[in-house]
Unconditional design. Structure first.
Lengths: 354, 325
């Protein structure tokens, strides 16, 4: 699960200079009774065509919120979204509902985590897959059904001709997730957001689903955003990684960089908390102490400082007063110097990962 | 489906038999003697014994009940007259077969129930849907206040008020009368509008509130979000996905309410001077007329049981996860 075998980065379109998807200074805020929740707080990242971006972080770090914002699925009544989301040259944050409806399920699609609750129990799998196809391509019912069967076959459902008329509860967990993928891919979207697509599944099924996603990506050249808290999933599938904490990106790099030479103490913590089959049974796991901060009232300065073991290395009260900036490209939002980061990782963190 | 129906109908029959037994036993647990009511002033013990014999009250209770049960299917010859096949006994009061009385009153109850339930379902669910669609709007807030008001007022308050305003002052509607669909279909219809409307008020507030909260809940369901993520239009998502999920619970409460309005609406009937089962039930109880009480009770219970079966069958149509067996 932890072997780092990364495919070559997908070939980039030499003509276009703008990335396919570009998120700039994204802020998502929810008005609640207790105050404003800063769920996403100044997030930026880019995604090229055919590339897979992994977004990792604990629950509540703003991963899903970010991606629901890309699709425009937040309730406008209590959500304010600021910043820029450009998809293939089209601005999405201020786009009308009608524009978004045309894009959703068509150019950009989402694979949800729990396919049992994410699929409607009231309609057949086939109908749910055919619906967006019929809506976006104007296909007839018969064509929609044929397309649903084709998609079910493509995601590896046996006997798709009969399974197409089954209801979601008649599918097993893994098959349901396959159907969910078929649903997302039915219109050949250029951007697929997979929100913890394997979290609810058995380990063996997880691997199958990830393979399937990779195969489908190779066939169609889709860009994928893979949201997960499982670095093992990232290792196998993503090209680039953004580590999120408290609604911000704290580290950015290629998958290899993040897994082999992470710089941010939070990324170290994530990496150290993965159970390893080869690890000594007597060595305890080292989870990150504490809990993710409340986004109602995030800590000042670096949001990670209350849980960070290296605050004194920075010296002074910089960690609690000054918000560290995340540089463009490879880098991390941390006040430690590059040398400190490297030394700490090599001396203290790496021995734990073996 | 057939297996389901057979099983449920058999179960329903058992329930009805039990209800009839309990009603019978409770009736005799009353400290007074129904014979005294028809005995008059010069009552002697022998008179009372004779009346007991005529009314069939001299036999053991369990035998009386058994005879009664058999009579429903086979008819009976009673000391005071003949009682043909669906025999629910002869009224203690005037010796007419109870079935004839029930048949006479049922059209009023049926019309009131169908009209009223149609109005409260359409108005209640409609209001709830609009409120959920426009959450937090002025309409939403107004509707929830009106709902609260509707739930707290009583028929005997809005009934006379509505008669005064809509009938006497404005002259828009008849003040309410028993329908006779065969003879005067037109006036039957207009005579029922006001009672149906008033009866529905106390119900529709419940439906609008239930529908609104069910829809709000459904709209935050993940499968509804998936439907939106597919690019389906918001109205489509609202009606096809969210409403579909809200339908089950709505139908359940509708089934229960329908059963109870079919059993007679005592207060509405009294307010509008209608003669339905509710009115019949009141007179049966005040006159200690056992056969009549039993008849009204069984009709009401049967209605509730039947509508429960229908609701369960509907549930299976709405939700494919439920299998009837």
């Amino acid at each position: 699960m932890t072997t780092v075998t990364k495919p070559d980065p997908a070939p980039k379109d030499p003509v276009s200079t703008d990335p396919f998807l570009s998120v700039r200074d994204l802020y998502v805020r929810f008005a609640t009774e207790d105050g404003t929740v800063k769920a996403v707080d100044g997030l930026s990242f880019d995604l090229e065509r055919g590339e897979t971006l992994g977004i990792v972080g604990e629950s509540g770090s703003g991963k899903s919120v970010t991606n629901l914002a890309i699709l425009g699925l937040h309730n406008p009544r209590n959500t304010t979204i600021a910043g820029e989301i450009m998809l293939d040259g089209q601005e999405l944050t201020g786009a009308s509902n009608r524009t978004l409806e045309r894009l959703r399920g068509n150019k950009m699609a989402m694979i949800f985590q729990d396919s049992l609750t994410a699929l409607s129990p009231y309609y057949t799998v086939g109908r749910q897959i055919a619906e967006p196809f019929m809506k976006h391509t104007g296909a007839s019912k018969r064509e929609g059904r044929a397309r649903a069967i084709e998609m079910l076959a493509r995601v590896g459902i046996p006997q798709p001709q009969t399974r197409v008329d089954d209801f979601p509860h008649q599918f097993s967990g893994g098959m349901r997730q396959r159907a969910m993928i078929a649903l997302a891919l039915v219109c050949d979207p250029e951007l697929v957001i997979a929100d913890e697509p394997t979290t609810a599944l058995d380990v063996t099924v997880q691997a199958q689903i990830l393979d399937l996603l990779k195969d489908l990506q190779q066939e169609t050249g889709t860009s994928i955003i893979l949201i997960t808290h499982d670095l093992g999933v990232i290792a196998n599938t993503a090209d680039k990684v953004v580590v999120m904490y408290a609604g911000r990106a704290v580290e950015r790099g290629t998958t290899r960089e993040i897994l082999k030479a992470p710089e941010h103490p939070y990324a170290w913590g994530l990496l150290s908390s993965i159970p390893r089959l080869t690890a000594d049974v007597d060595v305890p796991l080292s989870p990150i102490p504490g809990t993710p901060p409340s986004l109602l009232n995030p800590p000042s300065g670096c949001p990670f400082h209350p849980r960070c073991a290296f605050v004194e290395k920075v010296g002074g009260d910089r960690c609690s007063t000054e918000r560290p900036q995340l540089p463009d490209g490879r880098g991390s939002a941390c006040h430690l110097t590059t040398e400190q980061k490297r030394d700490i990782f090599i001396e203290q963190i790496q021995p734990r990962l073996r | 489906m057939l297996r389901f129906l057979t099983r449920r109908v058999l179960g329903a029959a058992v329930i009805l038999v039990l209800i009839s037994l309990v009603t019978y036993l409770l009736f005799f647990a009353l400290p007074s003697d129904p014979a005294l009511l028809s005995c008059g002033k010069n009552c002697t013990p022998s008179n009372i014994a004779q009346i007991h014999k005529n009314l069939g009250l001299d036999k053991p209770i369990i035998v009386q009940w058994w005879d009664y049960l058999i009579g429903i299917f086979g008819g009976r010859h009673l000391p005071l007259g003949n009682c043909p096949a669906p025999c629910f006994g002869l009224s203690f009061n005037n010796q007419t077969p109870v079935w004839a009385l029930l048949k006479d009153r049922y059209p009023t109850t049926l019309s009131l129930a169908i009209g009223g339930s149609f109005i409260f379902l359409v108005v209640g669910v409609g209001l709830g849907l609009v409120s959920a669609w426009k959450q937090g709007s002025v309409f939403d807030r107004a509707a929830s206040s009106v709902s609260l008001l509707g739930q707290s007022v009583q028929i005997y308050f809005i009934g006379p008020l509505a008669i005064y305003l809509l009938s006497y002052k404005l002259g828009w509607l008849n003040r309410g009368q028993d329908p006779s669909w065969g003879a005067h279909p037109g006036s039957s219809l207009t005579g029922l509008v006001l009672p149906c409307l008033v009866m529905s008020v106390i119900f529709w507030s419940n439906y609008s509130r239930q529908t609104r909260s069910l829809m709000v809940e459904q709209l935050s369901e993940e499968h509804v979000r998936t439907a939106r993520a597919k690019g389906m239009g918001s109205r489509y998502v609202f009606l096809r996905y969210a409403l579909r999920g809200a339908m089950g619970p709505i139908i359940t409460i509708f089934g229960i309410d329908l059963g109870s309005v079919f059993g007679g609406a005592i207060i509405t009937e009294a307010t509008f001077g209608l003669h339905g089962l509710g009115n019949l039930a009141v007179s049966a109880v005040t006159q200690q007329d056992l056969p009549l009480e039993m008849g009204v009770m069984l009709i009401g219970a049967t209605s509730i049981v039947i509508f429960n079966i229908i609701v369960d069958a509907c549930y299976a149509l709405i939700d494919p996860r439920i299998r009837l067996a």
